[in-house]
Design a protein. Structure first.
Length: 444
């Protein structure tokens, strides 16, 4: 199956960056290798009832031990770039101790990509906080933001300009809200106030880290990656319209507005002053340091109506759904990008840093014909094309994910990869979607 993209689309231009993405805890395994310490996800997985089927990060895709094989796999897809994350527990396994073996692994990864003509896109934090920092309060503790800035300094000093692009954080909404507000992700706390406090410290850490990162890697791009699920009102009623506006303010603009405008959206804390984080006078200015790019992760939309028991509730839709149950709504990606471009005059260049579908089609006779995922990519690539045509500066797109992996609280039950992984044998098989990517990229 070939992707059906207009012949004149910017997506067909070699200057547009295409890549695949992964995250350290989801693929690496080898949690005891090279001196790596326990992360909050190791602890969370070991807590009964937190992760489906009691799954954990071992061995995941055994990527740590199969690095060269996986680099060859990435090269075979024909992508321009590879987006990966660095495991803080491998780099600083105890406070102030910098682990040579951990650095060496990521140096081999970066150098292996460069040798294959693939641009390294590094994410410094994709949810795997060292447990010893969580024991001191984790992202509720302001000190963790300063600890992150030191870690970011060490990594960017070591990898320098070999990395084409550094993102400080992946999806701070998930770290803060799923981790500290709703209890769905590690460390599993449940408090509105703590969720917003964690969000504040994550954004502060981002701002604190940027100056050293820029000094260490002046030729690299530096930014952050946010996940966004645009909200659509379920009706034209003023109540539903306001509920959808509140949902977007709470989940998108609470994270983006401080970065681009140095302030929080007024709607959320006006309605819930008790949710407002404790902050110092200079914090918002630190957060608003200029970024070279904004990474946006998009999977689905939300349809919102007023709730009698809260601010809003999500209304189930008759949309087609992926196997994880998320609505397939490619127009939401175009709408989101166009809206952000109109709302923020200083919106930096955008990369779609994650987009993809859970499609659990099984391996049969050595093949995985994941047509739903392939269609999903085709539709969403066209949605990106339409946003570019509408004037949004989008410079790249990363498919989530390179291969099936540990899907957090869902364990190994959901497969997002364009490459199938047999978790028993660790055999990799490129799916129909992956072959479609190969063909599209080869045809550019």
């Amino acid at each position: 199956m070939n992707f059906n993209i207009p012949a004149t689309s910017k997506l067909r231009d070699k200057t547009f960056t295409f890549g695949v993405a992964t995250a350290s805890f989801q693929i690496e395994g080898s949690s005891a290798a090279d001196g790596r310490c326990e992360s909050i996800w190791d602890r969370f997985c070991a807590t009964p009832g937190k992760v489906l089927h009691g799954d954990n990060g071992e061995p995941a895709c055994d990527h740590y031990r199969r690095l060269e094989q996986d680099l060859d796999l990435i090269e075979s897809l024909g992508v321009d770039a590879y987006r990966f994350s660095i495991a803080w527990p491998r780099i600083e396994p105890s406070p102030g101790v910098w682990n040579e073996a951990g650095f060496a692994f990521y140096e081999r990864l970066v150098d292996g990509l460069i040798a294959r003509g693939i641009k390294p896109f590094a994410t410094l934090y994709h949810w795997d906080l060292p447990q010893y920092l969580e024991d001191q309060g984790g992202w509720i503790n302001r000190e963790t933001a300063y600890k992150f800035a030191v870690y970011a300094d060490k990594v960017s000093a070591r990898l320098g300009n070999r990395v084409a692009s550094y993102a400080t954080f992946n999806e701070p909404w998930c770290s803060a809200f799923l981790g500290y507000r709703f209890g769905i992700h590690a460390p599993g706390l449940k408090s509105d106030r703590l969720g917003f406090q964690a969000a504040h410290h994550l954004l502060l850490a981002h701002g604190l880290a940027l100056p050293a990162m820029r000094a260490n890697a002046p030729k690299a791009q530096h930014g952050i990656v946010l996940n966004m699920t645009p909200s659509y009102a379920n009706s034209d009623s003023p109540e539903d319209q306001l509920a959808a506006e509140f949902a977007d303010a709470e989940n998108t603009h609470t994270y983006l507005q401080p970065l681009l405008q140095g302030r929080y959206p007024t709607l959320v804390f006006a309605q819930h002053p008790d949710w407002a984080p404790i902050q110092l006078a200079e914090d918002l200015a630190i957060m608003a340091a200029p970024i070279d790019f904004l990474g946006i992760n998009y999977y689905t939309r939300g349809v919102i109506e007023k709730s009698d028991s809260g601010d809003y509730q999500t209304v189930p839709q008759a949309d087609a759904k992926t196997d994880i149950g998320w609505s397939i709504y490619p127009a939401g990606l175009t709408d989101l990008l166009v809206d952000l471009n109109g709302r923020y005059s200083n919106l930096p260049p955008v990369f779609i840093t994650e987009n993809g579908a859970a499609d659990n089609t099984e391996l049969v006779a050595g093949a995985v014909h994941d047509t739903m995922r392939t269609d999903y990519y085709n539709q969403h690539l066209n949605a990106v094309h339409q946003a570019i045509e509408a004037g949004v500066d989008i410079q790249g797109y990363f498919a989530w994910s390179l291969m099936d992996n540990f899907e957090w609280a869902y364990g190994y039950s959901q497969r997002f990869g364009i490459v199938h992984v047999d978790y028993q044998t660790q055999v990799r098989t490129i799916k129909t979607s992956g072959k479609s990517w190969q063909q599209f990229l080869a045809d550019r």
